[in-house]
Ligand binder design. Structure first.
Ligand code: ZN
Length: 246
């Protein structure tokens, strides 16, 4: 069974549609989303509804922006641009979509995979950016694999017997990476706001039998998302960053 693994959609409908279209070429049987459906982008309701309407089972966990758009975290924890986008999102969300976001758990386990937005020890907030942070988190989950989002950077961390030797593997787009031996923390990158210098939407396909993960990058019409953000007077910096992937 293959799983479409996505994270950090951030209300970017054009990017989400491009990912769903591309993934059709590789049949999958479920969609797992690692949080931040909304925040920053111009289509919060449309993104939630498109994913919930998919014919394949869709499961999702909560991200910090999902919580912020429900008023569950103080907005002064965000920078001014993110805060403005949050306030805009709060005003736009339908009652039904708010209820859906409110229903999302902080973590969930699917077979040998733990799913969290940030990290096993701080599911909503911690960014696993470096091997040292990954090493500190391996003891905080029991399964072989943990799937995370939040940093918007596609990466794989492999546990080492000595924490200082924890590996960070830059994911290859050429072929699948084997997860068959060892313990791993895997981040599929961000669909709607990549931050690794590549503006293309990022996602991954997880093969649950072969224990392999294939990373993908997909171009989408960035300028259409930007036009919509401009139309809604969303912060200029958030509009500009989509062109560069930072
Ligand atoms: Zn995010």
């Amino acid at each position: 069974m293959k799983v479409l693994l996505i994270s950090d959609i951030h209300a970017n409908l054009m990017a989400l549609e491009a990912v769903l279209e591309d993934a059709k070429n590789c049949p999958y049987e479920a969609i797992w989303c690692l949080g931040d459906l909304v925040g920053y982008g111009p289509h919060p309701n449309e993104c939630i509804e498109l994913l919930r309407q998919q014919p394949k089972p869709f499961l999702c966990i909560a991200g910090n922006h999902d919580w912020a758009s429900l008023g569950r975290v103080p907005l002064d924890e965000f920078n001014p641009d993110a805060r403005r986008a949050c306030e805009w999102t709060m005003a736009r969300l339908t009652y039904e979509n708010r209820a859906y976001l409110a229903s999302l758990p902080e973590s969930r386990q699917e077979g040998p995979f733990l799913l969290v937005h940030g990290s096993p020890r701080q599911p909503i907030w911690e960014y696993i950016l470096y091997p040292g942070l990954a090493a500190a988190n391996f003891p905080h989950f029991q399964t072989p694999f943990c799937l995370v989002g939040h940093t918007h950077i596609p990466i794989i961390f492999e546990e080492a017997s000595v924490p200082e030797e924890t590996l960070a593997l830059a994911p290859s787009l050429d072929g699948p990476v084997s997860l068959a031996e060892g313990r791993f923390i895997v981040n599929p990158g961000s669909v709607g706001q990549p931050r690794d210098g590549d503006p293309r939407a990022s996602y991954a396909l997880l093969d649950l039998e072969a224990l392999e993960v294939q990373f993908r990058r997909i171009p989408y019409p960035v300028e259409r998302t930007q036009e919509e953000m401009l139309r809604w007077n969303l912060p200029p910096r958030l509009i500009a960053r989509l062109s560069y992937g930072w």
